[in-house]
Design a binder for this molecule. Structure first.
Ligand code: PNS
Length: 158
């Protein structure tokens, strides 16, 4: 059984994340989406809200499970019995940061490998922070996020 974890803040989940989720889910038996709950930071959406949105938008992908985690990613990966971590790469600017964590995580947890999926060109500009910024100014975000997330963002900023 090949189990992978796709970790992130997902504040909120974007169409770029969903593209990575769909592609990764085809490559493994079970994909756990790990939503980071960082108690020292205040995200726009609570961990519960982020988990709920992800669960709703992924409900038709049978081998996907959404959970939140606190603390180290390596500990969550072990808890999930996973051996693969999935991360999306948008541009070269993502690479240095990702490489550093992939390498250090593998030293701490040698059974784990990070699998990078290159983001679809149509989403290479997209990030949760871009989405939050547009939404906070009442901008059109329909091309960036699923309708449910668009609705939740409008509610947040109304
Ligand atoms: O979507 P993000 O915010 O780029 O996700 C970053 C995330 C959640 C993968 C990273 O911050 C993380 O794993 N944090 C948990 C703490 C930890 O293990 N840090 C070491 C690096 S991955």
């Amino acid at each position: 059984m090949r189990i992978a974890v796709y970790p992130g803040s997902f504040d909120p989940v974007t169409n770029g994340h969903i593209d990575i989720i769909k592609r990764a889910a085809k490559m493994v038996d079970h994909l756990v989406i790990g939503v980071l709950h960082n108690s020292s930071k205040t995200p726009l959406f609570s961990a519960e809200e982020r988990v709920n949105m992800l669960s709703e938008v992924c409900k038709d992908i049978p081998n996907v499970e959404v959970r939140y985690f606190e603390g180290l990613l390596v500990d969550f990966v072990v808890e999930c019995n996973a051996t693969i971590v999935v991360r999306g790469l948008r541009a070269v600017t993502d690479f240095e940061y990702e490489l550093q964590w992939a390498q250090s995580n593998r030293i701490v947890c040698p059974q784990m490998d990070t699998m990078f999926l290159v983001t679809n060109v149509q989403y290479s500009y997209l990030s949760s922070s871009v989405v939050r910024e547009y939404a906070s100014h009442n901008g059109d975000i329909s091309a960036f996020v699923p309708p449910l997330v668009e609705k939740r963002l409008k509610e947040k900023f109304s």
